[in-house]
Design a protein around this ligand. Structure first.
Ligand SMILES: [Zn+2]
Length: 334
């Protein structure tokens, strides 16, 4: 059951970009409902239908179909964080003419689909300091982002929670998957043992597969919220870990770019201290089927920043920065 679901996860990844003379692996997989498997040991990617097996290897200008080798005029490689194949692949692809007009994909409406994730909620208040609860301020900010984005017809917004309710971390990634999200934006507020620490951080998923040690070091160095590291990979099967690792790898470059855009927009619109764009293996980033970024908007443990974060005006500035970044991403990627 789980295995079937994860195949669907891969098939629903939004990769409808055919840049110039290339087509993304995601598009081929989605159009033809293929199963996809990746061998992490040798990077071999296998596409399967009931009658056909195709093997692809990144950086190789060729592929095998049912055991027969075909030359391609350009290598298969990552472009903008997505694995792309040269259009010459379609000449040897066995279903290239059969399904051309049957694109019923919901993402074909051309809208940029964003899942806004207000951290915590319900029984989980998140960080609490200076009389402020993280779950309340991040929810208020996310609502403001939603209102600002409603003016853009090319962007469709989904929420992991639209009220003060507890949503398990795994449920947040599933939401992104169900909605065929192009981008996942998780909004949080930070806490530190030091009351002087303040400013915003932008996280995308880190490159290494098992870097809990590194996460622990970062936790010490940057005074991150320890609870993020609570959920380890132990609940996942090896297959699930591999699928998410593959997805993370595919989307890391785009997530990093988006985190940088966010950082720039915060400097412009909010004017608060931007501590940096960083990598971490936060659960919501790791379990996302699309590029995902987690924003730590500021520190509730810093008195001045806590005061700002509860103010409607400051929340509006943050919402504007997040909105500007999403709008830029929507034009950039679609
Ligand atoms: Zn949080």
């Amino acid at each position: 059951m789980k295995k079937t679901f994860l195949i669907l996860v891969l098939c629903s990844v939004a990769s409808l970009v055919s840049a110039g003379s290339f087509i993304t692996l995601g598009e081929i997989v989605k159009r033809h409902s293929l199963r996809i498997e990746q061998n992490l040991a040798n990077s071999l990617i296998t596409l399967k239908s009931p009658t056909t097996t195709i093997n692809l290897l990144p950086n190789l200008a060729g592929c095998t179909i049912n055991g027969q080798y075909y030359n391609l005029d350009e290598p298969i490689c990552y472009r903008g964080g997505r694995l792309t194949l040269p259009l010459s692949f379609l000449k040897v692809f066995p279903w290239s003419t059969s399904n051309k007009s049957k694109n019923t994909n919901k993402i074909a409406d051309g809208q940029f689909r964003v899942v806004l994730d207000a951290g915590h909620g319900g029984k989980d208040p998140g960080a609490m300091a200076n009389g402020v609860r993280e779950k309340d301020i991040v929810f208020a900010i996310v609502k403001k982002v939603g209102i600002l984005l409603s003016k853009y017809a090319n962007i469709k917004v989904f929420y992991t929670r639209d009220t003060d309710v507890f949503v398990p971390l795994s449920g947040r990634g599933l939401k992104a998957n169900r909605e065929g999200a192009d981008l996942f934006v998780s909004v949080h507020a930070n806490a530190s043992a030091s009351a002087s620490v303040h400013g915003a951080d932008f996280y995308y998923v880190s490159a290494t597969y098992d870097d809990w040690e590194r996460a622990g070091e970062m936790n010490k160095k940057y005074c991150l919220n320890k609870r993020f590291f609570g959920e380890m990979d132990s609940s996942l099967t090896l297959y699930e870990r591999r699928v998410y690792h593959f997805l993370n790898k595919q989307h890391r470059a785009m997530a990093k770019t988006f985190a940088s855009i966010l950082s720039d927009c915060f400097k412009l619109d909010v004017g608060n201290v931007v501590r940096g764009v960083r990598q971490a293996r936060f659960h919501v980033l790791r379990m996302s089927p699309c590029p995902a970024v987690l924003i730590e908007t500021g520190f509730l443990t810093n008195k001045q920043e806590a005061k700002l974060l509860v103010s409607d005006e400051y929340q509006q500035k943050i919402a504007q920065a997040i909105t500007d970044a999403i709008v830029r991403a929507s034009y950039y990627w679609k």
